[in-house]
Design a binder for this molecule. Structure first.
Ligand code: GAL
Length: 384
């Protein structure tokens, strides 16, 4: 299978490197452009790589296998581009080695469901157990391992890719046929804007999110412990040693979980604080300070060295901050980079883990006639 590392695009111009590449003109989207290349097949379904460029200097590639952001090139304070997300150079590697969910959409339920079980409307459901005794990120074959239908889309201020997937009744143990649509937009304001929609014909839990691994210095450039993080959250979900919430929502004040003011991730990450011991670092769900499902600022990440800043706005009530603790150098990623311990972090906007078993948590149950809507924007800027 073909590697795509050599594909290069100049900002504002779409340079095809492939036979059969379809160009989608800028149209309303100003100098935005989209290229599409067929890169292989999975389960008899064609897999495409879309490359998008915007006039703000960013470029992004997305593949419909796993609804994956494969690369995201962002300028630093001197205008130099770096690819700030971890990933692989070929489809084959994504199929065989992406056990960490690099760049995927995860679901039906992103994060953990205790013992892979829940009850709903009087019925008991058993899900695939793929994280010791628990269910994680949708199971053995979650949304990260399926081929999504895909098409290029444009709007006035952005170019994007629309991805749709029908998760059948019973898939990985979940009830109901769930029809899911995800839009990845690259906007003219240097944003990766993601919209998720879902509908079901039977009540089911839904908690989809993007599982990008960010390093604002460029993927593979070192660990993220010098990145400064702010989380707009006064409380977090306390977990047990299997990373399942205990139900306690603990104030962050006075603990190493306090990111209400910008602080280097590495400043307290190895403190002898029980929650950090359980997570082997940060791997927790912060409860965002918000009253409703409007789009609000959840997090700000700053890399002092490159000057790159990423803000995260979301409609979701929580954010899972995972500091890449399970990365151990066994993954050789794009351009031969080795992804070592804490070389990247995830900021996964979502509901709280294990919500189907915790009646006090905001509900994740979607019912027929309702629409699941989730919007998250990762916006890139620089500081001097
Ligand atoms: C994260 C999760 C981690 C780990 C990781 C995948 O979302 O919080 O505990 O499972 O995915 O390696």
């Amino acid at each position: 299978m073909k590697a795509w590392a050599m594909m290069t695009l100049a900002a504002g111009v779409c340079l095809s490197v492939c036979a059969g590449c379809q160009m989608h003109g800028a149209g309303n989207a100003g100098q935005q452009a989209i290229a599409r290349e067929r890169i292989g097949e999975v389960d008899g379904e064609p897999v495409f790589l879309y490359t998008l460029v915007n006039r703000g200097g960013m470029k992004m590639s997305v593949m419909n296998y796993g609804a994956t952001v494969v690369s995201l090139w962002v300028p630093d304070r001197d205008g130099r581009l770096a690819d700030v997300v971890q990933g692989f150079d070929s489809l084959e590697e994504y199929i065989n080695h992406n056990d960490s969910y690099f760049g995927n959409v995860v679901g039906r339920y992103g994060n953990r469901i205790a013992k892979g079980q829940f009850s709903l409307d009087g019925a008991k459901y058993s899900l695939a157990k793929n994280n010791n005794e628990n269910h994680l990120h949708g199971g053995l074959k979650g949304f990260d391992k399926v081929v999504w239908e895909s098409e290029p889309v444009t709007r006035n201020d952005a170019a994007g890719v629309k991805l749709t997937y029908l998760s059948k009744d019973g898939e990985e143990g979940y009830p109901g046929n769930l029809s899911v649509t995800v839009f990845y937009w690259l906007t003219m304001k240097n944003e990766l804007s993601i919209e998720y929609h879902a509908q079901t014909d039977k009540a089911t839990p839904v908690n989809v999110t993007h599982h990008g691994y960010f390093n604002l210095g460029g993927h593979g450039s070192g660990d993220i412990e010098d990145h400064e993080l702010t989380l707009h959250a006064d409380r977090f979900n306390v977990v047990d040693k299997g990373l399942i919430p205990t139900g306690e929502l603990r104030p962050v004040a006075g603990t190493p979980m306090d990111f209400t003011k910008p602080i280097a991730i590495g400043a307290r990450i190895d403190d002898a604080y029980q929650q950090l011991v359980y997570g082997k670092g940060y791997d927790h769900n912060w409860i965002l300070n918000k009253q409703d499902a409007s789009l609000t600022l959840a997090a700000t990440l700053h890399d002092p060295q490159s000057g790159r800043v990423m803000t995260v706005h979301t409609t979701e009530p929580g954010v899972q901050f995972y500091s890449g603790n399970f990365l151990d150098g066994t993954h050789k990623g794009k351009a031969g980079k080795v992804y070592k311990h804490r070389y990247a972090l995830c900021l996964e906007t979502q509901h709280y883990p294990d919500s189907p078993n915790q009646s006090e948590f905001p509900s994740t149950i979607l019912r027929p006639g309702q629409e699941y809507v989730h919007k998250t924007i990762y916006r890139f800027a620089v500081k001097p």
